[in-house]
Design a protein around this ligand. Sequence first.
Ligand SMILES: *[C@@H]1O[C@H](CO)[C@@H](O)[C@H](O)[C@H]1NC(C)=O
Ligand SMILES: *[C@@H]1O[C@H](CO)[C@@H](O)[C@H](O)[C@H]1NC(C)=O
Ligand SMILES: *[C@@H]1O[C@H](CO)[C@@H](O)[C@H](O)[C@H]1NC(C)=O
Ligand SMILES: *[C@@H]1O[C@H](CO)[C@@H](O)[C@H](O)[C@H]1NC(C)=O
Ligand SMILES: [Zn+2]
Length: 329
Amino acid sequence: METPGYFLTLITFPLILRQASATDKWCYDSQDINCGPAHWKDVNHNCGGENQSPINFDWTRMRRDQNLGGITFQGYDRAPPGMWRLMNNGHSVLVQLEGETVIWNMNISGGGLPNIFQVLQFHFHWGSPTSNGSEHTVGGNQYPMELHIVHLSVKYQSIADAMKDPSGLAVLGFFFTIAEADNPNYNTILAGLKNVSSEGNFVDLEPTFRLDSLLPSTNKLTRYYRYQGSLTTPDCEEAVIWTVFEDTIPISCAQLKVFMDTVHFGAIGETPVKMRNNFRPPQPLKNRKVYASKDAIINHSAPVHVDWLTLVFLLLLGHIGALRVRSGP
Ligand SMILES: *[C@@H]1O[C@H](CO)[C@@H](O)[C@H](O)[C@H]1NC(C)=O
Ligand SMILES: *[C@@H]1O[C@H](CO)[C@@H](O)[C@H](O)[C@H]1NC(C)=O
Ligand SMILES: *[C@@H]1O[C@H](CO)[C@@H](O)[C@H](O)[C@H]1NC(C)=O
Ligand SMILES: *[C@@H]1O[C@H](CO)[C@@H](O)[C@H](O)[C@H]1NC(C)=O
Ligand SMILES: [Zn+2]
């Protein structure tokens, strides 16, 4: 095997520089509706496939799986020895460990995952001042922002190989909710955003930080949804085991606005367009099943069941009422 730096180059270039190839022109509607998500299947037929992400979580169509217990997070609770590098890849801002210091020291396992999966990078999807920007939705509702932590199965040495396996990658998704107070754990990333204003910019973040500091407290990470899906950007490879958590990450309105106002889609020299609404809308579930973890609450945000029961109750009442009227004197 080559040096860790070379290894990193091999596996990150497909993610970061894929848009460089001529046939791969894609964008979000906020940039140009002519290359937005509706056109991605023309960029790569994968994007029109049977197992696409994101999806809407509809708890009436979810099954609880008692085998989906807690996930084991290893190394998330220690600041890595090297620095985190923040970069603007023209579609999002992503963070990964800086070149030469890459040692595979953060991974997840358990929770029904078929293997150990190592952290590759994490990135965000967000909206605009007037609209939310999560990719997954719950009961049809979008959250303000979503964090994705992308992991590679230990079975593979490169993303290219993992892309061919439905269990090649594991992505953890976390929703953000608006809080009154700032979330100080995001200060380092937020401060770095001004250094990655244009596509291709990157900056090494100081100080380094523990990955779990960005997440809801780990004792709550037993409530999640699991399904088989894809990358949410072209080439939309159907190689992802998705885990999306019920517990959310708090962030203030002012902090969210820093994402919306500081980074831009284009490279230096191109007309600057604020990076906003960089999310793909939910895709058809088709024949897939979505599972809720053992501890998931599932009904917390979508009282569909209650509404339906109430409706039946009212109909029954109305029916009885009508009978009584009809049979009355
Ligand atoms: C997973 O992470 C832990 C903690 O950093 C490390 O000790 C272990 O070697 C890692 N396992 C793999 C397979 O990478
Ligand atoms: C946006 O997210 C907030 C906070 O989760 C929620 O209260 C609001 O209803 C959402 N708005 C839309 C249009 O989905
Ligand atoms: C980040 O940007 C700030 C303000 O523009 C600047 O002072 C600082 O030197 C930059 N940091 C790096 C590492 O480029
Ligand atoms: C949601 O489900 C839990 C048990 O899973 C139950 O205790 C709670 O009452 C339910 N809430 C609603 C609003 O249905
Ligand atoms: Zn993503």
